[in-house]
Design a protein around this ligand. Structure first.
Ligand SMILES: Cc1cc2nc3c(=O)[nH]c(=O)nc-3n(C[C@H](O)[C@H](O)[C@H](O)COP(=O)(O)OP(=O)(O)OC[C@H]3O[C@@H](n4cnc5c(N)ncnc54)[C@H](O)[C@@H]3O)c2cc1C
Length: 320
């Protein structure tokens, strides 16, 4: 059976959920082979194996941390040469897309970014994209070389399927460009304890209806009761109530969680562009005519300051 390379996104061997999603998709195409770069391959191997990785190709070198993406591209290229895979799957993070694009160029292959689904086809993987603010769904296929595909987080639920997950060393030699861009400092972001916005299974967002930075505590409380990330509309961000890093939409982040809760958000097309592919959408808005109600699965017409705290209490009570 053909092998499919999956680029592992991890923090010191703690594998992030989008990688497990990629392994699940890779199993539709062949036998997943994980590529783990940096420290922690032995720690990562069990979870990668549990999700179907037959092998874990591992390389560790200071270059991966000390320089931007080029050393990782060298390593992934070495893995492609060693495995001759049917496809290469990479998470659709900013870094993942840069790695994938550089790899595709180097191996003279077609590239598809931001897939929301990947299935097996007679002539190679068939890739689904959600485009133009999710107004269209397209299917595409790479026609040249080894398909390189980046997949958005939450495109599929990770499914366990035990495989060997045997760690094998990947030999990598870095090219002259690998050390072209050095990391000169690192400042960790203060952790909120909440999940990363684009990877979260649940997102709770607030808009202009929240009416003030201090009132975002109401949104955060619901998010925390659900283990969710917090998002915001541009109106809320422009007003300075919440950081731009949390903006959802055309000029913010795109999310596709299992559950998206929009409170005090009207549902402008530019906001929809960032959340329309969410699996279940719930809105709380005091205006029954608000456009957001056109796309919801569940809508509550009411004042968010009544509805959201009541919902938080109910969730908290049920979680006991
Ligand atoms: C080029 C461009 C790019 C853009 N990019 C983005 C983007 O990335 N993301 C984005 O979000 N927007 C973006 N916008 C802006 C977008 O057009 C809207 O202006 C914005 O989304 C509106 O935010 P909102 O829904 O919070 O505010 P509003 O449209 O003002 O809606 C507020 C809603 O809250 C409701 N409300 C008020 N009080 C309460 C209450 N107490 N309880 C319940 N409901 C209440 C109101 O009924 C209303 O529906 C962009 C616009 C342009 C032109």
């Amino acid at each position: 059976m053909a092998e499919v390379l999956v680029y592992v996104d991890h923090v010191d061997g703690t594998v992030r959920k989008p990688t497990l999603e990629l392994l699940t998709l890779a199993r539709r195409l062949g036998e997943p082979v994980a590529v783990h770069l940096g420290p922690g391959a032995e720690a990562a191997a069990p979870v990668l194996g549990e999700h179907g990785a037959v092998r874990v190709l591992a390389a560790d070198a200071p270059e991966f941390a000390d320089y931007l993406v080029a050393p990782k591209v060298d390593a992934l290229q070495a893995a492609v040469a060693a495995v001759e895979p049917a496809a290469v799957l990479v998470p659709s993070s900013a870094e993942g897309k840069e790695i994938a694009a550089r790899l595709a160029l180097r191996i003279e292959s077609g590239l598809i970014t931001d897939a929301v689904d990947v299935t097996a086809g007679d002539e190679g993987p068939v890739v689904t994209l959600s485009v133009f603010a999710a107004a269209y769904t397209t299917t595409s296929r790479v026609t040249t070389g080894t398909p390189v595909i980046t997949v958005k987080p939450n495109s599929v639920a990770p499914e366990a399927a035990q495989a060997a997950g045997t760690v094998e060393e990947l030999a990598v030699s870095f090219g002259p460009l690998a050390t072209g861009t050095k990391v000169v400092s690192r400042t960790p972001r203060e952790s909120t304890g909440r999940p990363e916005l684009t990877e979260a299974a649940i997102v709770v967002s607030g808009g202009r209806g929240v009416n003030g930075a201090e009132n975002f505590a109401v949104i955060e409380a619901l998010a925390d009761s659900l283990g969710a990330a917090v998002g915001a509309s541009r109106a809320a961000v422009d007003a300075g109530w919440y950081p731009h890093s949390h903006q959802i939409g055309q000029t913010g982040k795109t999310v596709s969680p299992q559950l998206y809760v929009a409170a005090g958000i009207s549902g402008a097309i530019q906001h929809r562009a960032g959340m329309q592919t969410s699996k279940t959408i719930v809105a709380v808005n005091k205006d029954a005519e608000a456009p957001i109600f056109e796309l919801v699965d569940f809508g509550v017409v009411g004042d968010l300051f009544d509805v959201v705290p009541a919902l938080t209490d109910e969730v908290t009570a049920r979680r006991g």
